[in-house]
Design a protein around this ligand. Structure first.
Ligand SMILES: [Zn+2]
Length: 490
């Protein structure tokens, strides 16, 4: 009897201790409101800047792997337009053309003991999806400013970056600013098709010159509006890592023949089972790395239960993951995703497929690698008749950049200075691939952010129809680039 009492007492004591720890962590998870200095008074001619940006969208810089279809004259026209638009940039900075159409500008700093910073964006845009042209409110290459928006392909991805950076630098030059740290501006021309002639060759050129970079800032993060359930303030997400990429081809070969006398198992049936196995047994989710840092940073701003879960992952990780993986976008942040995308069988309804083929695309979470993906897929499929082979493009996840560097702090500060302090900043895992991955050999501090607010409606235009950007947001991006450069040299 005494022992039972003793055990019951111990259990209650343990439960009380756990409850106390959980409550302590939850209450301690408080928003960090930081006082920021007021913003620089940056005088930008809004109308002139937005008209220049709109004009930039009229050049059809759609990169193409086929050299015969590559629109070189569009890029040449765009480059001439840049020279006319930014006269100080083109008289004070050194400009080099790399890999045919990529641009590399060098803004020499006064202090050679410091490693340079590189700002980057890409000039190329994705094509318009077939059959969607008539759905555009304004023509995709019309460069129209209307209803407060700049409309056209590239408005978000990523001429906002190219033009925003150049506009900021031109204005800094007008204001008589000279950097201590050397600044590079790098604008690739083939990011959407892999960046092998642009960003990759730029990196090789810098490597040949023995250049090491202190920081890189690329596209990949934005200011989100109501993207995180339970958080009403806008959240600026700063990319500090990106997922890897691999596609696997699954092939089953058989005899084929007439469909009137099928075997018990067909190539299509065997292949379908393999795909079903992969969908039913997804990669294990986990909260760590860049996504872990994001949830840690956002937890204090969340409603009580979410906050309690995320600030006590030692106890509630399982529940937290259960909740997170319900949302498609949040799920992509916590696991290597599995997406069957292509299927091929017989080309006639009454012919058995002699060969059935599927392609499954995986986005690889930091911590996994393309090799571990291949191994796991082979194990889960567990059928020797299904031949698994990787596609040519294989990218491992990037390392995770440090969020305690002076540059990361400057990013946070510059964002707050130009958003009246109402914006929460958080590190973020970029689920797509950007050109900045080519720069990994030159620095371990790669960040991805542009200072534009995008609603979920705006995001539909990203690689989609009716791409557009609010004029005021473009101006904000310019000011934030300006402020980052100023703050780094302050
Ligand atoms: Zn892009």
């Amino acid at each position: 009897m005494k022992t039972i009492k003793y055990i019951a007492g111990a259990v209650i004591a343990i439960l009380l201790i756990i409850t106390a720890i959980v409550l302590f962590n939850t209450i301690n998870s408080k928003p960090a409101y930081v006082e920021v200095e007021s913003a620089e008074d940056i005088s930008i001619d809004h109308a002139a800047a937005s008209n220049r940006f709109a004009k930039a969208l009229t050049f059809k810089t759609i990169a193409n792997k086929d050299p015969l279809k590559f629109p070189g004259s569009e890029y040449d026209g765009f480059h001439r337009f840049l020279v006319d638009s930014f006269p100080l940039v083109h008289s004070r900075l050194k400009k080099e053309v790399v890999g045919g159409y990529s641009l590399l500008y060098t803004w020499q700093g006064s202090d050679n003991t410091k490693k340079p910073i590189l700002f980057m964006a890409h000039q190329d845009v994705v094509p318009i999806a077939p059959g969607t042209l008539d759905k555009w409110i304004h023509p995709p290459f019309g460069g129209k400013v209307s209803d407060g928006y700049i409309w056209g392909r590239g408005a978000i991805d990523n001429k906002s970056g190219v033009m925003g950076i150049l506009e900021a630098v031109e204005n800094l030059l007008v204001d008589g600013f000279a950097p201590k740290q050397t600044i590079y501006l790098s604008f690739g021309h083939d990011e959407e098709i892999g960046g092998n002639d642009g960003a990759k060759k730029t990196v090789e050129l810098l490597q040949k010159r023995g250049v090491e970079l202190e920081y890189v800032l690329d596209e990949g993060g934005i200011i989100t509006d109501k993207m995180f359930p339970g958080i009403s303030d806008p959240v600026a997400i700063i990319g500090i890592a990106e997922k890897g990429y691999i596609s696997l081809e699954l092939v089953v070969e058989g005899k084929g023949g007439h469909s009137s006398m099928p075997p018990k198992e067909t190539t299509v049936g065997i292949l379908s089972k393999a795909i079903t196995k992969l969908e039913n047994d997804p990669f294990k989710p986990r909260i760590d790395g860049a996504a872990g840092l994001m949830f840690e940073k956002l937890a204090p701003y969340m409603p009580f239960y979410e906050r309690m879960g995320l600030s006590n992952l030692w106890l509630f990780e399982c529940f937290a993951l259960n909740r997170i993986t319900q949302s498609q976008s949040a799920n992509a942040m916590v696991r290597t995703t599995t997406a069957p995308t292509m299927l091929e069988g017989s080309n006639k309804e009454n012919v058995l497929a002699a060969k059935a083929k599927a392609v499954v695309n995986f986005r690889v979470l930091p911590g996994d690698t393309t090799d571990t993906v291949i191994k796991r897929v082979t194990k889960v499929v567990n059928d020797k008749r299904v031949i698994v082979s990787p596609g040519t493009l294989q990218i491992n996840p990037s390392p995770v950049s440090d969020i305690t560097t002076p540059f990361y702090k400057v990013l946070e500060k510059s964002i707050k200075q130009h958003t009246q302090g109402s914006v929460i900043t958080a590190p973020y895992l970029v689920v797509g691939a950007t050109d900045s991955r080519h720069f990994i050999p030159l620095t371990s501090n790669i960040y991805k952010f542009i200072g534009i607010t995008l609603t979920s409606d705006d995001l539909k235009g990203f690689h989609g129809t009716n791409e557009r950007l609010y004029v005021d947001e473009y101006i904000r991006a310019v000011k934030i680039y300006y402020q980052i450069i100023k703050n780094m040299n302050g």
